[in-house]
Design a protein around this ligand. Structure first.
Ligand code: PGA
Length: 264
């Protein structure tokens, strides 16, 4: 059966930045994209405190919102916890999970990430699940083995592959102003795709694999030309319209991913 082509997905991750005044930047992005609509799928993940307001601001603009984490449990005595259903209630359609900052600073394991992704699926939220090797793992030549292991252990077995997105984010490239060589990104994405195919079979064809780590308006178009790159996850360059919009526009000229070309 021919598979539908999917447009590139551009995701902005505001991390722990932003107060109400910064929503003005979101307004600028929304106005620009309403005036000149984009063929890319745009998602913005603000901090939890801004999520409900951001979702209201962006309602009807075609830009979706996402949380930056969720709890593995549905509800209960967990002070400070935010469940997947709460994110949905705040208007989110997506949730970032397993970001390397959470894996490192909050000691999240692959098992924790899989439990959170399963919770997201149950709440009908779409997880954007991050994987990526550290500098030490890269130097030891273990990049592809690490990625394979993270995908197989962090992606839950639950049926729901159609709602999953994976983001390859080399830990050493995040916020560093450096990206891997195109051939290395291509190899990483091919390995992730193979692991997703092992995990989900044919259903894995609908999973987009994004690249993240020092993406900006200057390198976005080139990154999107790399085979297997179905979109971008953007940190620093996502919080200001003047930086984020060029990344979104770069997605409009990206070739459709070969995996999704019709077969007949
Ligand atoms: P960066 O962050 O674009 O600032 O490197 C990306 C991320 O951590 O998601």
């Amino acid at each position: 059966m021919p598979l539908a082509r999917q447009p590139p997905m551009i995701v902005g991750n505001w991390k722990m930045h932003g107060v109400t005044a910064d929503l003005a930047e979101m307004g600028v992005i929304a106005r620009e994209l309403l005036e000149r609509p984009t063929s890319t799928e745009v998602v913005i993940c603000p901090p939890a405190t801004l999520l409900a307001t951001a979702s209201r601001c962006l309602d009807g603009t075609g830009i979706a919102t996402g949380g930056q984490d969720c709890d593995a449990k549905g509800q209960g005595a967990h002070t400070g916890g935010v469940s997947a259903a709460m994110l949905v209630d705040a208007g989110a359609r997506y949730v970032l999970l397993g970001h390397s900052e959470r894996r490192r600073l909050d000691r999240e394991t692959d098992v924790d990430v899989a439990a959170k992704a399963a919770a997201a699926f149950r709440a009908k939220l779409r997880p954007i699940l991050c994987v990526g090797e550290s500098a030490a793992q890269r130097q030891a030549g273990r990049t592809l083995a690490v990625l394979r292991r993270q995908v197989l252990r962090s992606c839950p077995p639950e049926a729901g592959a159609g709602r999953l997105t994976v983001a390859y984010e080399p830990v050493w490239a995040i916020g560093a102003g450096a990206t891997p060589a195109p051939a290395d990104i291509e190899a990483a994405h091919a390995t992730i795709r193979e692991a997703l195919c092992r995990r989900y079979g044919d259903a894995s064809a609908s999973i987009r694999v994004l690249y993240g780590g020092s993406v900006d308006g200057a390198n976005a178009a080139q990154l999107l030309q790399i085979a297997g790159v179905d979109g971008l996850l953007v940190g620093r360059a996502s919080r200001r319209a003047v930086q984020f919009l060029p990344v979104v526009r770069a997605g409009e000229t990206a070739p459709p991913p070969l995996d999704y070309l019709p077969t007949d």
